[in-house]
Design a protein around this ligand. Structure first.
Ligand code: HAM
Length: 428
């Protein structure tokens, strides 16, 4: 137990973490370009926020929530580790009175989410999402902009092959008609549906359309889809969104069975799929949620957003062989020989760092040979050899590790020398 992490979680180690940082850097950069600002909300929230926000009949709320059953807080309220970020963003929008900010409010977040599900490749119990949410506009161009932003992120990560699938899931006005038609179609097939879908038949029959079981998928062939029942408003909105997508040349596929696993969606729903990573191929998804702010106790306010799974993005990058830059070694390793040069070596490392160079030294009292071996292993660009004799003469030996050349340099000129060497190497 002491040396094993909980199932479905991972340690992101040095060597991997640089890839995460690179992905996160690109996400933040794209957000800046699109005018989104970061929000950091708590890792846990009151349970009812997710029940109300994500929806009572969703798999997330029914089966996957990490709810603290034994630890009610002092107000006797139940708390849950966040399974997603949209409900928290809505809560924060209302609690911080963002309706009074200039609209629309564009937010993004990056962080861990928690869902209790059976772990498999691409599905974890603690995973990380990048998400973006916009409040305060119904404009269909915003739907297209949000999708364009998601696709821009994939493109810059070297994943320009991923597929954008879109649909309109209607609104509370037109959904009851779809529900009814769907139930009518499915009723004779009810005994053949999987257990999950039999449960969904009364409470959330739309979800049956995207059941992953092969037999259910076969049974819903020919079923009425969202496209058959959209009201005029929803249809116009959906057509306008597609027109904007065409205007910016964003390829997309209409998938009329796309309903998504969260209850809050209205109008546009979309998913981004990378087939090469296996069964858990959805690398991102989102949509409009024009009723969610109100459902969470606020005044009516439209919203739209999406979230991308970082683990799945990294899996897709690996599967596509996208090169991620390795963390380079230090610029300078100071090898110190004998006690006399100790203090000087320590202050030399500090001086190197003050100029912006990445510098390190030996802290294990190793022999010169062992220190040189270590400098090679950590990929140092230069090694500075500083022994008692050099120290007394006010010099050090500067060794260029890749070329193997070395020269004696006055200590006072060492930093200048390294910068000059660098300029020579880049061709000045
Ligand atoms: P979601 O589809 O549940 O949507 O999750 C978004 C993405 O998170 C998925 O496409 C997937 O890449 C990743 N993901 C989900 N569950 C797991 C898991 N167990 N392990 C690894 N990755 C996972 C939402 O969460 C919505 N809040 C998206 C949204 C934002 N809609 C509007 N605004």
């Amino acid at each position: 137990m002491l040396t094993a992490r909980p199932r479905g979680t991972s340690d992101i180690l040095p060597g991997q973490v640089e890839k995460w940082q690179q992905v996160e850097r690109i996400m933040r950069q794209v957000c800046r370009e699109y005018g989104y600002r970061e929000i950091r909300t708590p890792i846990f929230e009151h349970t009812e926020l997710f029940v109300r926000g994500v929806g009572e009949t969703t798999d997330i709320v029914e089966k996957e929530m990490y709810t603290f059953l034994d630890f009610l807080d002092r107000g006797n309220r139940s708390l849950t580790l966040r399974p997603e970020g949209t409900a928290s963003a809505v809560r924060a929008y209302l609690e911080n009175k963002m309706q009074a900010w200039p609209q629309p409010v564009k937010l993004y977040y990056l962080g861990p989410m928690f869902r209790y599900d059976r772990p498999q490749a691409g599905r974890y119990r603690q995973f990380h999402q990048f998400g973006a949410e916009v409040f305060g506009s119904h404009h269909p161009a915003l739907d297209a902009e949000v999708m364009a932003m998601a696709m821009d992120i994939y493109r810059r990560l070297g994943l320009d092959h991923v597929e954008l699938q879109i649909n309109s899931v209607g609104c509370p006005g037109c959904r009851p008609a779809l529900r009814e038609k769907l139930q009518e179609f499915l009723r004779p097939r009810l005994p053949e549906l999987c257990g999950n879908c039999r449960d969904r038949f009364e409470r959330n029959p739309l979800r049956i359309l995207d059941c992953k079981s092969e037999s259910c998928a076969a049974l819903v062939v020919g079923a009425p889809t969202t496209g058959d029942c959209l009201c005029d408003d929803c249809r116009e909105h959906f057509e306008a969104v597609q027109k904007y997508l065409q205007t910016v040349g964003l390829p997309h596929k209409i998938n009329l069975s796309l309903v998504r696993g969260l209850d809050y969606y209205t109008h546009t729903a979309f998913e981004i799929v990378a087939p090469e990573i296996g069964a858990q191929s959805s690398v991102g998804g989102g949509g409009r949620y024009n009723g969610l702010v109100e459902a969470c106790g606020g005044p009516p306010a439209p919203g739209i957003g999406f979230a991308l799974g970082l683990e799945r993005i990294l899996l897709a990058m690996e599967a596509r062989g996208v090169a991620v830059s390795e963390m380079p070694g230090p610029d300078v390793f100071v090898a110190v020989i004998g006690p006399e040069a100790e203090q000087e070596a320590f202050s030399l490392v500090a001086a190197l760092r003050r100029t912006g160079l990445q510098a390190d030294r030996d802290y294990l009292g190793r022999s010169l040979k062992a220190q040189m071996r270590y400098a090679g292993k950590i990929n140092a660009r230069y090694t500075v050899l500083l022994g008692g004799e050099e120290y007394r003469r006010g010099v050090a030996v500067l060794r260029h590790m890749a070329g193997g050349s070395q020269e004696e340099v006055p200590l006072a000129e060492l930093i200048q020398r390294i910068y000059k060497e660098d300029l020579v190497q880049v061709g000045f």
